[in-house]
Design a binder for this molecule. Sequence first.
Ligand code: ADP
Length: 249
Amino acid sequence: MKKILEVNHISKNFHSLKEETIALEDIHFSVSLGEFISIVGPSGCGKSTILSILCGLLKPSCGNTVLLNHYKIAYMPQEDSLLPFRTVLENCLLGLEIEHQLTEENKKYVIYLLETYGLGDFMNQYPNQLSGGMKQRCALIRTLALKPDILLLDEAMSSLDYQSRLLIGEDIYQIIKKEKKTAIMVTHDIGEAISMSDRVIVLTKRPSVVKKIYEIKFEEKKGPIENRKDKNFSFYFDQIWRDLDVKNE
Ligand code: ADP
C-alpha cells in the first residue's frame, strides 16, 4: 500500500516552572493510504499529544512527522464543538470560511455530503435540534468539507453512551470508507479500536513508547458492529487488555 504519513521517532516533553513531563519517547510508525489506524494506551500517556503534533498544533521535542505528496490532514475534536448560533449548513461551512475556501463548488460538496449522509432535511436547523448521533455526523462533515486525505479522530465518540457509541462508530466508519479517507483515531476503548481498525497501535504508560502494533485480521472484514462478532475479536481484545495491564494502572 502507498505510504501517506511517516512518524519518525518523535518525543515530546512538557515543561512548567516546577517540573518536566516526558509524554512521548521515540514514537515511530507509518500510515498507508486508506488505512484506519487506532492508537490506544492508558489515560494520560500522550495519545492526544500525537494527534496535536500530527496536525501541527504542537512541535515534537525530537523527531519529525512527514506528510508525503502534499496530502492534507484534518482534525475532528473530542466534543462535536458545533456553534449553537449557526445552522447545520453554516457550521459545516465554517472551516472553509476560515481557510478562505468558500467557493460555490466547495459549498456544493458540503450540501452533497449533508444530503448523502442523512442531514439534508436538517441543513437549516440548529445543532440543539439534532440528536447526539446527528451532531457527530455534522462534525464529521464539517471536517470532510476541507477535503482532507487523513482524518484525525480524537475520542470522537467518548461523550456518548455505549449503544450510541456502537451505532455512531458504525456510521462514522462507513462514511470514512465511502469517502475513501485515511483515518487515525485515538481511543481508550479497546473494542472500538479493534472493530474499526486495520491496525491498532498500543502505547505504554508515560513516558510513552509503542508497545505493540497489531494488524487486525478478521474472517471477513465488515462494519465495526459485525466485526465484534468475529472469532478473532476476543483474541485481540485479550492481547491488548494484557498489554495495557489495566488493573495495574
Ligand atoms: P492522553 O490523550 O493519552 O490521555 P495527553 O496527550 O492528553 O494524554 O497528555 C499526555 C501527558 O502530557 C499528560 O500527562 C498531560 O498532563 C501532559 N500534557 C498534555 N498537554 C500538556 C501541556 N500543554 N502542558 C503540559 N503538560 C501537558
